[in-house]
Design a protein around this ligand. Sequence first.
Ligand SMILES: Cc1ncc(COP(=O)(O)O)c(C=O)c1O
Length: 679
Amino acid sequence: MATVTTASGANLSSMKVEVPGMSEQTAAPKQPWSIQDSERLFGIREWGDGYFAVNGEGHLVVMPERDPKRQIDLHEVIEGLREREIGTPVIIRLRDLLKHRLTEIREAFDNAIKEHQYTGSYCCVYPIKVNQQRQLCEEVRDYGSALGFGLEAGSKPELLAVLGLTENLPNMPVVCNGFKDSEFIETVILATKLGRHIIPVVERFTDLELIVHHAKRYGVRPRIGIRAKPSSQGSGRWESSGGMRSKFGLTVSEMLHALEFLKKHDMADCLNMIHFHIGSQVGDIRNIKAAVNELAHIYVELKKLGAGLDTIDVGGGMGIDYDGSQSDSPSSVNYGVAEYAADIVYRIKSVCDTAELPHPRILSESGRAMVAHSSLLIVDVLGKTNFPSDPDMPALKKLMKEEKQKPQPIIELVDAFEMLDQPKVNLVEVYHDAVQARDEAMSLFNLGYMSLRMRASAERLFWAIGRKVLALATAKGELPDDLIDLPQVLSDIYYVNFSVFQSLPDHWAIDQLFPICPIHRLNEEPIRRAILADITCDSDGQVDKFCDKRTTSKPVLELHELNYNNGDHKPQPYYLGMFLLGAYQEVLGDLHNLYGDTHVVHVSFDDSPGVGDWDLDEVVEGDTVKEVLSYVQYDHEDLIKSMRRDIERAVKAGTMSVGDGQSLLKFYDQGMEGYTYLE
Ligand SMILES: Cc1ncc(COP(=O)(O)O)c(C=O)c1O
């Protein structure tokens, strides 16, 4: 049995309950809905980590510096963007929040260093693969250089980007991970000659041979890093990034061989750094502690053997509490930045103290922790479908009278529906009967023995039974295992103007959860329960798993009823925010159905006199249709020409007027310049 809780997290046994997608059967709440109820329901305090809250108007606000006096109202931003003709979906990047994250990491390590009397230094390098967008990387570089941070490149294009980004910053550390060819290493060696603080990391022994070869050729003494394959593994989705079978790194015996090789070439002093990466989003701090401990021991042993080591790079892994559960679930972490920093500093210090060696510089490649919070996506809801809860008995009875032979499954469904009014009804039994009767109705229809009207009645009755069963079960405060899927089966489908494949690729690919909630109307109770369907023609293009701080995930999201102006098919604007998207999502997104990059705006807090507490610093327009077509090798001019030829043929044949042809051509032409999403 699963215990059922209300929208506000209260136990159900004592009160009238809200049933997924059943607003019409819900009694008015005893207490008026408050913004605190919304904060609790959506776990905003938990995943928001002090950066997000709800204001008195029921709007979601960002506090980029965790200062309640400095808030940006997201609904106000969206309205402001609309006035400037920048529609949704739109990514909002918050540069003040980014700066705050970087500063928080810096301060966490500074505090740990002070507390443990650690004599080495700390530097965080940003792996640009986490999000290579130029504007973001430039902000990380600018804020980071003031904090003594660096950058990391994992491929040839990334290396070239990083070298360009660090012009005039010779002291900014640049770590080079990933597969390398001779050209890559030659570039690194020449960059060292240029005076850059660049550290190529040996992932395979052949990298070392190339480094030595090019270093000698150009007369350079490079800083060399070696990636270790520790036996300790991370936890969660990326645990195979570490451990003995990991794709990258050198085993201990290969590292010993590497040191001998360097000694032979009189370059042991160049082996400056030992590195590992046990995976991204490591949920359990114990895995980090174990791996750092092992790496520190490898460090002291290699140093004792004559390596010129002075730096330990603990790689990435610092995770984000996406679901707000503060647990080691795949979308959460059971530690914070301060604990992460303290454990790393303490472990390295104790191992080095025991070995009586100086404390090394510590590097971490905490890309996700740096940037995840600073980007969010706002999307608009286009409409919804929901399943009826009223079987419409009068209409059904009339229809049945017209049937020569009354279909048995319909009779059984009516019986099941009426049975639910009896006081000691067995809900599971009634539901099983309804499922069987519905399946039989479908078979009869498929064999040609049931009319379309009767089939529609069977479906309607089935939904009504499901809803009533769920309402009764929920009122009892528990959901039998056989009914566990009902909330999802009966939920509404809200159609949302975005592509999961472009904007939430990790949700589609690896079931990663991201916080999602409305950015306005948070002072109203969200009485619908829904899943979200995107606008791609793909059944995978939906979100049907949502963050829940209590159970870590839930199958439906609580949303508000859509409002319509009289006679309108389009609902009044209803916006949802998708949060903590700064890491990986923007760059992993793909062009499924040719939905391209969304618009991106850079927003910062501004409390100078004027309208609103925010500034629009930069607008990066999303892809146009013409652009995405060119990515798949279409020339938009060729397309327009072929359209024109077809229209001319239709005009000649008399099936289209010249005016209509011109209109079609105009739409076609304008469409090429337009946004790939619905406008
Ligand atoms: C070598 C390396 N360093 C750093 C990172 C970034 O890690 P995180 O996502 O934990 O910030 C990665 C990502 O997987 C990586 O492969």
